[in-house]
Structures are given as structure tokens and as C-alpha cells.
Ligand binder design. Sequence first.
Ligand code: F0G
Length: 372
Amino acid sequence: MARYTGLIERYRERLPVAADARIITLGEGNTPLIRLENIPGSTGKDVELYVKYEGLNPTGSFKDRGMTMAITQAVNEGSQAVLCASTGNTSASAAAYAARAGITSCVIIPEGKIAMGKLAQAMMHGAVVIQIEGNFDDGMGLVKEIAAEAPVTLVNSVNPYRLQGQKTAAFEIVDELGRPPDFHCLPVGNAGNISAYWTGYSEYAGLTTRACSFCDDQCPYRSDPVADRLPRMLGYQASGAAPFLRGEMVEGPETVASAIRIGRPQSWDLAWAASRESEGWFAEFSDEDILAAQAMLADKEGIFCEPASAISVAGAMRDIKAARIPAGSTVVCTLTGHGLKDPDIAIRQSRAPVTKVSADLDTVKKAILDNM
Ligand code: F0G
């Protein structure tokens, strides 16, 4: 089998990449689709529940899918510098891919509001790190203004190459399952990713065939690709940062899931279109529910994701229990980022006892038995 060299090579004919472009890749994509074994039982319903573990991308989040495209294009256009605002993962990814390409990156982050691992990444990859006394939405406004006048390429998801790269996650899922899932669950922040998946599934639809699970041969919509072959897109938000639930932009968003602490999503229209066209829905969760889902995935399945990612599984479980997702469905949840990105939150919320004792055999033996 040929060596895997990243998603641009794998899906080249479906991506806008110049034939002679220098491909900036770190081997992103090709992430595991893991079938959950223990959690579905707790819903009491018969569903096939999978997670797409995007935390296993090179910088630990799904952003690398978009960044390989955005940085490849920037380099191809002769750009010497890239710029983004970020809640942490975009900045980590931009910094890494810019380092790989040998160009400069500058990242604007909300002071004190990004997870430690993400800050460490941007710093190690040599980004110019600017912390602002403001939130992600303020940063987004600033980078758009700067990019309009300075010789830098904006690599937030308003850059269309980002979403092109991110759509490949949907291709991988269809390739692996042999068909699209019935439901796809995602955290929604700036709303680029849900839009990218919908693009990916829609483009791939013509290539897959599957009997529609909602109708029979006589159904007049049977040949309708949307009804027939595409998943319903379910977007989940933190209650304190839920513009799609409020139906309008939110000022001063707040949530423990710092990755999705966003009140003014840039892909507002695209995400609404994905939800409407796929006949999906949006729902919201408290910080407490988000952290409980993160802990459950780690504890019951051995999968460590960051808080924002876990909201997709919280959402799937609630909707399965409520039969909004019917029995017999195949469901995929995207786990957008790795749990190691945010060790502070993990340690703070963990209820696992850490016992300190002296280093002698009897004491250690007793401590083990006492804590089993
Ligand atoms: N999950 C994680 C771990 C994220 O980092 C993000 C977004 C999302 C979900 C939401 O995805 O914005 O496409 O709806 N993080 C961006 C950043 C905003 O700057 O890293 P979205």
C-alpha cells in the first residue's frame, strides 16, 4: 500500500489545488472512525454510534484539514505571512503549517481564554502571538480589517480553502462506512465545520447508493438525493454561546468549552443552510453536561477529547434517548480536538482520586487496596 501523504494527495481530484503547487502537509486526515461499545448501551436504544477522532490530526484538531489547503494555497500565491484570530486550535494549526512552509504566522487570541496546550503550540511553532483584551469575535473583526490592507493571507474559515480541506472528513466517513451515516453530530462555534461536512456529504452523494430508510419504492422523493443519501446535520452549542439557538448573534459568549466560546459565527448562513437542507437541528447544552460527556468518553471508551468536542456525543445521546434519532440509525459524532489540549480543565473536573504516600512497599500496597 502506498505511504499515506495527507488528504490533498488522497482527494486531489475533489480539491482546488494547482497541479504544480508545493503541498504543505503534515500527514493530516485519515483519522480513526471508532465505534463506541459501552456508551450506546446507556441510551437503551439500538444505534450504531461512531466517533470521528479528529484529535489524532498532527496538531491535535480538525483544523489541520483546512490548514493544509489554506497554507498550500497561500504559498502557491506567494504569500509570506498568514494571520488568524482563534480560540486556540486554529492558531496552533496555522502556526505549525506556516512553520512547515517556512513563512510567518501571526495569531490573535483572547487573553487568558485559550487552553494551555494550544498556546504552547503557537509559541513553539514560532507564531507572533498577540493576546487581546477581548474575545474571539473581537479578534475576528480585527483580523478581517488587517487582512484587507496588509500583505497577509487570512486563514480563518472565511478563507474558502479551509472549508474545502475540512469537507474531506465527510469523504473519509463515507469511504469507510460505504455510505453516509443517518445523522452527523458536531459542536458548532464559528460554524465552518458543519458547513464543510455538509459540502462534503453533498458532493459525495452522487457516488453512493443506499436505500432510503424513511420510505419505500413508491415514495415520490426516492430519487431525491437529499432525502435519499445525505445525513441530517445536528449542531450543538454551549448554552452561554448559542447564537443558533437564540436566532441572533450573542454578545459576551461564555462557556467552559473555550474552543466554541463564540457569539458571532462567521459561517452563519452556510450553517443554517446545512441544517435546513439536511432537515437537521440545533440544540444546546450546559457546561455541566459538556464536562460530563467528556468524562464519560474518557472513562467508558478510553477516548480523551476536549470539552467542546464532547458536546457532539452529549447531543447524540440525548437525541437517541428522546427518539429524535430513531433506533436502527447510524450516527457519527465528530470529536474535534484532543483532550490533551486542555489538561487544566481535565484535572480540575476529574473525580479520580490521586493519593500521595511515602515510597515504601507496605504503604503503597495498602494505598492501592484502599483505592481499588
Ligand atoms: N471544536 C473545537 C475543538 C474547535 O477548536 C472549534 C473551533 C470547534 C469545535 C467549532 O468549529 O468553528 O467550525 O464551528 N475552533 C476555532 C479556533 C474557532 O479558533 O480554533 P467551528
